[in-house]
Design a protein around this ligand. Structure first.
Ligand SMILES: NC(=O)c1ccc[n+]([C@@H]2O[C@H](COP(=O)([O-])OP(=O)(O)OC[C@H]3O[C@@H](n4cnc5c(N)ncnc54)[C@H](OP(=O)(O)O)[C@@H]3O)[C@@H](O)[C@H]2O)c1
Length: 212
């Protein structure tokens, strides 16, 4: 990507992780902040990653784009003892697979239609891909799958496009109730997390999983 201001879609911009990324980008770039909530500002957009058609339409309205970033995605916490075998539609794992995993994968796939040559896609997984927590099997499943998918997708992207994934430990600002599920995990400062996303966007890397 050349230097200069970029047009970037940031999905999940109002979340704990997204706010740090938004803060790091907005001074120098045009950032469209997307999420589930109703937009309050002109540069905000309501977008549900699980609605593939809406995502495609939004990308076409916004494009061409220099970068697409996702700091979004939900999954259920549940002790394995309380997880039963079930079809996807009713499984505890359904939310994570449809929202955090396929929501981000579909965003990346659709982004190819509007990404400028040399543009980049950056997704978010999480430390449970390699470091399990109690009650975190859904998160481990989707984070691991997302990282594997990004590595594979990176090898097939044309036009100088790049795709990477940031896999943070506990991020500064995460509510105490969520932190309690991660005993003994390193806390990562917000600015340090944001730097990982800046590396993905601007350092030329492709197919990387940045663990912080
Ligand atoms: N916080 C951490 O310490 C940490 C560490 C490692 C990984 N992560 C991962 O990073 C991601 C964000 O975490 P977070 O703590 O920032 O969560 P958060 O504070 O709950 O924020 C999530 C953001 O994503 C948006 N969002 C959720 N589902 C969406 C969907 N289907 N379509 C579009 N937007 C959606 C939300 O929109 P609204 O604001 O409109 O609701 C919100 O802006 C998650 O996947 C999480 O697993 C977080």
């Amino acid at each position: 990507m050349n230097s200069g201001p970029k047009k970037i879609l940031l999905v999940g911009a109002k979340g704990v992780v997204g706010r740090w990324v938004h803060r790091a980008l907005k001074a120098d770039h045009t950032v469209i902040a997307a999420g589930l909530e109703e937009p309050l500002e002109a540069d905000e957009l309501q977008l549900d990653l699980t609605d593939t058609e809406a995502v495609q339409q939004a990308l076409h309205r916004l494009g061409p784009l220099d970068a697409v970033v996702s700091t979004a995605g939900r999954a259920h916490f549940r002790a394995l003892a309380n997880v039963t075998a079930a079809p996807l539609a009713t499984s505890v794992y359904g939310l994570g697979l449809q929202d955090k995993l396929m929501g981000q994968v579909n965003l990346a796939l659709a982004a190819r239609e509007v990404l400028k040559p040399g543009g980049s896609i950056t997704l978010t997984s999480g430390t449970t891909s390699t470091e399990p927590i109690l009650g975190g099997s859904a998160l481990s499943m989707v984070n691991g799958a997302l990282e594997s998918w990004v590595r594979a997708a990176a090898t097939e992207l044309p036009q100088g496009w790049r795709i990477n994934v940031v896999s943070p430990s506990l991020v500064e600002g995460t509510p105490a109730a969520s932190c309690a599920a991660f005993p003994g995990f390193e806390r990562v400062s917000g600015p340090r997390v944001a730097l990982a996303y800046l590396r993905c966007l601007f350092s030329g890397i492709n197919g990387h999983v940045i663990r912080i």
